[in-house]
Design a protein around this ligand. Structure first.
Ligand code: NAD
Length: 498
């Protein structure tokens, strides 16, 4: 039965009568599972108005109140993580174990946000001048717009929303229209956790909704994640309209394998990081740089491992890799296979002939491996965002570093080696924001910040971790002199947090 997915504004479902809507698929079945309302300007204005009203009181809520709401939300999300994972699998297609991992990584940011009283501490200088103290305080910005992509419908909102509200802001989230249900479920859980109405709102839609968020005078900051062209547009438009913007973009992540690497470890890592979530991860490995003479052995081992990957409906036990998110995306990714062959790359494993444990109409494409890919070919230059892994041969360590540094993206990179000196030199020289040493997907833990360099990020702040506290607050420096002595009333009770 087809469902209707509506907005969440001021603590309740909103809509069901939108003039425009979009189809939401079950990608493993290839069927339409529901329709999602698309917001026009009026709905975005309604959500921003609710968030603005809520900000008047939420900005003054005590740190104890904010962290207790976050602790309650954390407990609810823990308790209902399987339900959230099932929603992710149904709309995105990733297998259930991977969906559970997504919820877990989001929960880690919630853990970090629970410590907000510590994070919002300012500085204090006693007696900067005689009887004069100087201190700094952090204050929220107001309404924050959060715009997120299809590939992590729960985790990416959780990178931003808990920390934005922990800092005293209110939020209007515009998630991907392709898999919109999980963000609404998160909003319901926040409500159940005691978050006041209007602090967190969700509006669905496309460019129309995004453009209104970017132009609305009451939206003070925007956190965006998506493809590079849209990230650049969001950054340029938002900053032109006077907003603080962080816009995380696309990626082309390399894994450099030096000849001294443990080849079994490197093979497992490349195959897992290349094909997990069907390659629809911004930190997926899409290029393996095999430094001579390791190429032939590595490609041979990878081809063997790929044959064991079980592609199928993510709800079926034992499946490793699900379908792609939409038919159009599957067709786009598949078009690179013929184009790659025409361009002269060697097709080692053809994903179109991989067996599938699922319904015929699902948006399937099995894992594909190309060897001898050249940096001028579309296989290398484009962000494919699917289960297509390219091997580029490099004559030396220096050539491998040169290749990575010349790439316009700079999200993640990994080196596989047993030489500590080479690894240390690599992390110093490489122009990429997140580096893995014998770790293929180096997504930082929640108390470090997540973000790429070059065209993988527009703006100065990375996501979550310490950068988020800076991004979601502005500082005020207070210079104060008090006459001495001052008088206070008596209170013999034990001090309590209220
Ligand atoms: P996308 O850029 O198509 O969409 C992202 C968001 O922008 C969605 O909410 C979408 O509705 C909106 N949008 C799309 N086109 C728009 C337009 N013309 N104007 C205004 N808004 C628009 O990205 P996607 O396909 O949903 O997600 C995949 C992309 O996201 C990949 O490029 C991937 O690398 C990137 N990504 C990056 C990171 C990171 O941390 N750097 C993380 C996850 C995904």
């Amino acid at each position: 039965m087809s469902r209707r997915i509506t907005h969440w504004i001021d603590g309740k479902s909103w809509g069901g009568v939108a003039q425009r809507s979009g189809e939401v698929f079950d990608p493993a079945l290839g069927t339409v599972a529901g329709h999602v309302d698309f917001a026009g300007e009026a709905e975005v204005d309604e959500a921003v108005a609710a968030a603005s009203r809520a900000f008047e009181t939420w900005r003054s809520s005590s740190l104890a109140t904010r962290s207790s709401v976050l602790f309650a939300f954390r407990a609810l999300l823990h308790a209902r993580r399987d339900e959230v994972a099932a929603v992710l699998t149904a709309e995105h297609g990733k297998v259930l174990s991977d969906a559970a991992g997504e919820v877990q990584r989001g929960l880690e940011v919630v853990d970090f946000a629970c410590g907000v009283p510590h994070l919002l501490k300012g500085g204090f200088s006693e007696n900067a001048s005689t009887n004069v103290d100087v201190y700094s305080i952090r204050q929220p910005l107001g309404v924050v717009g959060v715009i997120t992509p299809f590939n992590f419908p729960a985790m990416v909102p959780l990178w931003f929303v808990p920390l934005a509200i922990a800092c005293g802001n209110t939020v209007v989230l515009k998630p991907s229209e392709k898999d919109p249900s999980a963000p609404v479920l998160l909003a319901e859980l926040f409500s159940e956790a005691g978050l006041p109405d209007g602090v967190f709102n969700v509006v669905h839609g496309d460019k129309v909704a995004v453009d209104r968020v970017l132009s609305h005078p009451d939206v003070k900051a925007v956190s965006f994640v998506g493809s590079t062209p849209v990230a650049r547009y969001v950054y340029e438009t938002g900053t032109r309209n006077g907003k603080r913007v962080q816009a995380l973009g696309g990626a082309k992540n390399h894994m450099v394998v030096l000849p001294d690497a443990d080849l079994d470890l490197a093979t497992d890592a490349a195959v897992s990081a290349g094909f997990g979530s069907a390659g629809e991860r911004c930190m997926a490995i899409s290029v393996v740089v095999a430094v001579d003479p390791v190429g032939n052995q590595l490609v041979e081992r990878m081809a063997k491992r790929i044959a064991d990957i079980r592609v199928g409906d993510g709800r079926r036990p034992g499946c490793d890799m699900g379908p792609l998110v939409t038919r159009a995306h599957r067709d786009r990714v598949a078009s690179y296979l013929d184009d790659g062959v025409t361009a002269g790359a060697s097709l080692v494993v053809d994903g179109r002939s991989h067996p599938v444990d699922g319904e015929d109409d699902g948006f399937w494409l099995g894992p594909t491996l190309f060897d001898h890919v050249e940096p001028s070919q579309a296989l290398y230059t484009d962000e494919i965002f699917g289960p297509v892994l390219s091997v580029v041969r490099a004559p030396s360590y220096e050539a491998a570093v040169e290749l990575v540094n010349a790439n316009p993206y700079g999200n993640g990179v990994a080196i596989f080696t047993n030489d500590g000196g080479a690894a240390r030199r690599f992390q110093h020289e490489i122009e990429v924001g997140m580096v893995g040493v014998n770790v293929p997907i180096p997504v930082p833990v929640s108390y470090y910040s997540f973000g790429g360099w070059k065209q993988s990020l527009f703006g100065d702040s990375h996501a979550y971790g310490p950068d988020a506290i800076h991004f979601y607050t502005r500082t005020k420096a207070v210079t104060s002199r008090w006459l001495d002595p001052s008088h206070g009333g008596l209170n013999l009770g034990f001090p309590q947090n209220t």
